[in-house]
Design a protein around this ligand. Structure first.
Ligand code: UGA
Ligand code: MN
Length: 332
């Protein structure tokens, strides 16, 4: 009896001690280590990271990146005439992807159409760009016909004028700060088939009156360009009629919005002779002496007058005749 009692006591005692040990061990698991060295090195690490973060923040403040994202960066209004054809959506996609990289760009897309088309409407809505969607049908007698040579009539003139009208209406309605911001903006005419470097937009962003630069692959030349002497444009490098008032391609200049607003008569002459469309507009605004050469005094090509090949539809036409053409409900 006595022996049994002793054993039970020992057993209970042993059980209690182990339980307490276990509870203590579990409590220690959740505790912070109060080791002094460990704490110090952590604090050091944190203050080092804080310092680095501060340096990075300062760097961002002074870097080009923040200049670009500044809300007071001058705006660029880009007017693009466009018309329905097989490559239209491909051209607009390529163009929009360039523009997505340009801060403070407002895209004015003017369709050569009687009504806005679903293709362009949906495209713009999904583009992620700031845009205005306009339309202006080129009258039949001014429109280049299927078999006309491409130089016979100017293209995109009515649409660019419609874009200018929209800008002038907006300018007339603007007040205070908004009007002041418009005064600093610049306008560029970007056809839907050309190729534009991102640098081009930073060159044109600060334009007092009209800024100019070379255009690659145009006019049967490697490039056409204003020729600069002592910082001024003195003549033009072009292979054809260098004595035109402004022998430049549409892609080769940008105009301050202030100048456009203060010269309401300046527009594109849809009846202009071949090669005189650009001059018909610029003549109202500046003389050669006023031109501001950009792109390292017109020594760099930052835009190319690329033209997209018209896709051949020989096999599509043959299949269509057999009732096996591509599904017309698929937007291309
Ligand atoms: C050259 C110039 O680069 C153009 O800026 C100028 O308008 C044209 O000549 C001209 O002489 O009128 P090019 O490549 O021959 O350009 O012209 P396109 O690219 O075929 O057309 C210029 C713009 O007008 C394009 O954005 C195009 O989409 C648009 N366009 C063309 C229309 O809106 N409607 C049309 O019927 C044809
Ligand atoms: Mn073109």
């Amino acid at each position: 009896m006595r022996v049994r009692l002793k054993l039970k006591t020992v057993f209970v005692f042993y059980f209690m001690v182990s339980l307490l040990g276990l509870i203590y061990a579990l409590m220690q698991l959740g505790q912070r280590c109060d080791c002094r060295d460990y704490g110090e090195s952590k604090d050091q690490q944190i203050s080092q990271l804080r310092g680095e973060l501060q340096k990075l923040q300062e760097h961002i403040k002074t870097s080009e990146l923040s200049k670009i994202s500044k809300p007071n960066l001058h705006a660029i209004y880009v007017i693009t005439p466009t018309y329905a054809r097989l490559v239209q959506k491909a051209e607009l996609s390529r163009l929009s992807h360039t523009f997505l990289h340009v801060p403070r760009l407002h895209w004015i897309v003017v369709e050569d159409a009687a009504q806005p088309t679903p293709l362009v409407t949906d495209f713009l809505a999904a583009s992620g760009l700031t845009y205005t969607h306009l339309h202006k049908l080129t009258p039949k007698d001014k429109k280049l016909q299927e078999n006309d040579p491409s130089w016979l009539k100017p293209r995109g003139a009515e649409q660019r004028n419609e874009g200018l009208r929209w800008l002038r209406d907006m300018g007339a309605a603007a007040e205070g700060k908004e009007a002041a911001a418009l005064e600093e903006a610049v306008v560029y005419f970007a056809d839907d088939d050309n190729t534009y470097s991102l640098q081009l937009f930073e060159e044109m962003r600060y334009t007092n009156r009209v800024s100019v630069w070379p255009v690659g692959l145009v006019g049967g030349m490697k490039f056409e360009s204003p020729v600069v002497q002592d910082g001024r444009v003195v003549r033009f490098h072009t292979g054809w009629r260098p004595n035109r008032p402004f022998p430049m391609d549409m892609a080769g200049f940008a105009v301050s919005l202030r100048l456009i607003l203060s010269n309401p008569e300046a527009c594109f002459d849809g009846d202009a002779q071949m090669g005189f469309l650009e001059s018909s507009f610029l003549q109202h605004l500046v003389t050669m002496d006023d031109l501001e050469p950009k792109a390292d005094l017109c020594t760099k090509v930052l835009v190319w007058h690329t033209r997209t090949e018209k896709p051949k539809m020989k096999r599509e036409d043959a299949l269509q005749r057999q009732g096996l053409g591509s599904d017309p409900d698929v937007e291309v």
